[in-house]
Write a protein that binds this ligand. Sequence first.
Ligand SMILES: [Zn+2]
Length: 499
Amino acid sequence: MKNFILIFFLFSTVFLSGQEKPDRWCGTDFNQKMQKQLDDFVRDYYKNNNYERAAGVMKYIPVTLHLVARDDGEGHLTQEKAVLNMCVLNEQFAQANADLYFYIYQMQIVPNTAMSLGDAGDVGLYMNNQSLNIFIVNELPGLCGYYQPGGDFIYLNDACMGEDNSTFAHEMGHMLSLPHTFFGWEYEYEDYECNTQAPVNVGWNETELVDGSNCLDAGDRFCDTPPDFLAYRWNCDNDGFSSNCPHIDANGTPFLADGRFIMSYSDDNCALMNTGFSPDQVAAMHYNIDTERSNLILFNPTWTEISDSIQLLSPINDEQLEYRNWVRFEWAPVAGANRYLLQAKPGDLNNVSHHLDTIVEGTVFEDKQILLRDRIYKWRVQPLNEGFFCAPFSEYETFFTSDVIATNEISHITSFNIFPNPILKGENISISLNSEQEDNVQIQIVDVSGRILIEKNNIRIKHGENNLSMDPDPLSSGLYFIKIQNNNNRILTDKIFIQ
Ligand SMILES: [Zn+2]
């Protein structure tokens, strides 16, 4: 056992690229309430045969993701990773043909330093009882995660999440009533000694026999998950089995533990080798929802998978922007998407996190966060909707912030909006201006090379709200600038895109 842990740590430093996963990775305490659920399932499903899950009928389950930050709001899991983890969770349940689909009911940043360090004392302040509650934290000493049956919430260590990880699905399994496949061995802190005959009982639990004769009373109680005595992290052979730790059951029958279950303690690559959950484990999760959580199945949200790629409109192609402390991002709408995850960061620095990581409704966003002067920035967008989290990001586009601060803006114009944007051919361009004083202005539409294509002179602007209209004919599709200039040579510029 000691050697095994040592070997695991050697492997982990090779494969985990810096982030070490805890060795005892699940802290779920299977309590009496969970035991009763399991006993009820065994009675109704196996013994009385009066529960059958409706196969092929998808259940849509709302989830609230609490991204736990320090008190200053920093240090939480990025929205990008939160979305990715929902995608991964659903893919793993789909692999098991589970007919369970988890959608984001709410995603919120929880500023609470104590919670970000693993203290769950304050969870009651944030629980959303219309959904399952998942708290994702930066540090969870010694653990990858746990389900707390008393409070009915999951705590996850973000170091154990992401692609090729099964911690989220494992704790979701617990939340929906599943015990470990090695159930019994985690109590009393018993460790199975490889290649020795198992005792008849471990703690208060019978050890499971290979012949299946006690499968309803021993181990995890599922007759389609074979015996498993490994209550610590282990790595499997190429077929997913414990050939490096042969087992012998209480009858003296040799066998290998099967690591191809998400509810085992095998490494993630083993747990995800097959379906991850057995059909009876899936039935037990449906039983839990049908009997304990039917209030969550409020409606079947409708959405489509997003398959179109996303086109970024502006700023693109290293465009140089006047330095203004803000930038206006714009992209084309994508079929099926009704919100977008937008990210931006300085492009010449590696390993710098996105200073912008936000979900936007609509296809325009003004970033008012501090941008640096004389810098290349990269930005990208991922289309989303309520239920689909697996659409790819766009490629990065780039822009350049000039080192010249825009000093010549018309200071008494306090807002300047152009709509619609993009403009369809045949539509008029509407310009709304809010001015703190009267003025006379000239409006020009110029192309990207600076040619003036449309010009209107001597336009009177009144104090307050002004609504102007321009006919963009004969402009062809593309990117243009609208310039507003007054007699003092003060200028406002914005972009329009004609489709
Ligand atoms: Zn567990």
